[in-house]
Design a protein around this ligand. Structure first.
Ligand SMILES: *Cc1c(COP(=O)(O)O)cnc(C)c1O
Length: 384
């Protein structure tokens, strides 16, 4: 028997893995110490747990644990990276290069800095959702201080040519910040191979608890420094003050460990299910996939349903299939997605799109049901 509604919105958030919860529980009651208390065992236990979690997060992206700063999530990590670079590298320059399809945590932060005098170049993407490396090459200026390009898009799953971007940034001696929130834990992410200087990720997108994330800050070649955005007790090497969320951090660490151990089998399984879903949906007349033909995450499928609109579809589906239009932040708005608009998807098609995102607990049976149900509902809506 299937449990309804079926959850296909894993890119918005994921349930905690039960193993993660088990690992976290003692840190609420038994090992409740403040990780900054250096003078008794309560503090030492918490500190040791945080150290292990830091190591686990670092391992997942091939970083060193001292390069990981814990935050309240990817949004905070984006803010710390962008504002932190802007303030500390003011002498070098004032120019950012970002893509038009970044998450709002990056876009809106850059927009605010623009109002404060920063200069931002917004790179176009092609109809497959990728930036053109030649455009980036032309965008560099002597006063460029940061390039912000995400690894995988949260609405379409499209993966950017990050290795080439990293290499170009290195050649131009410009820092490279990559929002890898959707990619970490699902595909291999390697800060050395990809030549990334700053990476953010989030626990609740990878079966960990909400309210925890991390920023990777490169410690050599080059050594990156950031101006702190939250000041106080000097935790996290002074980069991010505030008492550490020990249970959350422990859960995040465990979530990273599980993702790293199971990445190969999980991504193969998810790819199989995504292919099945894609083929099934394409058999419904008037459907178009929005994305790249080969560079995409195994977890996300973005589809336009011609002659329908997303709001209508969502409300017809909601009791059986929990999906979304792409970003939790703008769902409910009547404007077409800025990500699809940047990909030159025409307005009507953009307004008829849904994002299906699969995860660890998705089953073949669920995919079969979704394909069948979707066919019915789309036909019904078009007839009515
Ligand atoms: C979810 C998400 C964020 C924000 O992460 P939070 O931890 O929820 O703040 C940022 N960027 C991308 C690409 C995301 O998918």
């Amino acid at each position: 028997m299937l449990n309804l509604p079926i959850y296909l919105d894993y890119s918005a958030t994921t349930p905690c893995d039960p193993e993660v919860v088990t690992e976290m529980l003692p840190y609420f009651t038994q090992y409740f110490g403040n990780a900054s208390s250096k003078v008794h065992p309560f503090g030492w236990q918490a500190e040791a747990a945080v150290a292990q979690a830091r190591e686990r997060v670092a391992t997942l992206i091939n970083a060193q644990s001292r390069e990981i700063v814990f935050t309240s999530g990817a949004t905070e990590a984006c803010n710390l990276a962008i504002r932190g670079v802007w303030e500390l590298y003011a002498k070098k320059g004032n120019h950012f290069i970002i893509s038009k399809t970044e998450h709002k945590a990056v876009l809106d932060t850059c927009k605010i800095l623009e109002k404060k005098g920063a200069c931002v170049t917004y790179l176009d993407v092609n109809s497959s959702g990728q930036i053109q490396v030649e455009d980036l090459m032309k965008a560099f200026r002597p006063d460029t201080i940061l390039v912000c390009i995400m690894l995988a898009n949260n609405e379409t799953g499209v993966i950017q040519p990050v290795k080439e971007i990293g290499l170009l940034c290195k050649q131009h001696q410009v820092l490279f910040f990559c929002d890898a929130t959707q990619a970490v834990g699902k595909i291999p992410v390697n800060v050395e191979e990809m030549e990334i200087d700053l990476i953010c990720c989030s626990s609740h997108k990878i079966y960990g608890p909400k309210g925890v994330g991390a920023l990777y800050i490169r410690s050599r070649n080059p050594r990156v420094k950031l101006s702190p955005q939250i000041t106080g007790g000097g935790q996290e090497d002074g980069v991010r003050s505030g008492t550490l969320n020990v249970p959350g951090i422990v859960g995040f660490g465990k979530a990273c460990d599980i993702c790293g151990n199971r990445m190969k089998e999980e991504s193969e399984k998810m790819n199989r299910m995504l292919n099945k879903l894609r083929q099934g949906i394409l058999e419904i007349p008037g459907t178009v996939i929005n994305g790249h033909p080969k560079d995409y995450l195994p977890s996300i499928l973005n589809v336009s349903f011609e002659r329908l609109n997303s709001t209508l579809l969502l409300s017809a589906l909601k009791s059986k299939i929990a999906v979304s239009t792409g970003s939790a932040c703008t769902s409910g708005s009547l404007e077409p997605s800025y990500v699809l608009t940047a990909m030159h998807v025409d307005r009507n098609k953009a307004k008829s799109s849904l994002r299906f995102s699969l995860g660890r607990f998705t089953t073949e049976e669920e995919i079969d049901f979704v394909i069948k149900e979707l066919g019915h509902i789309v036909n019904q809506l078009r007839d009515g």
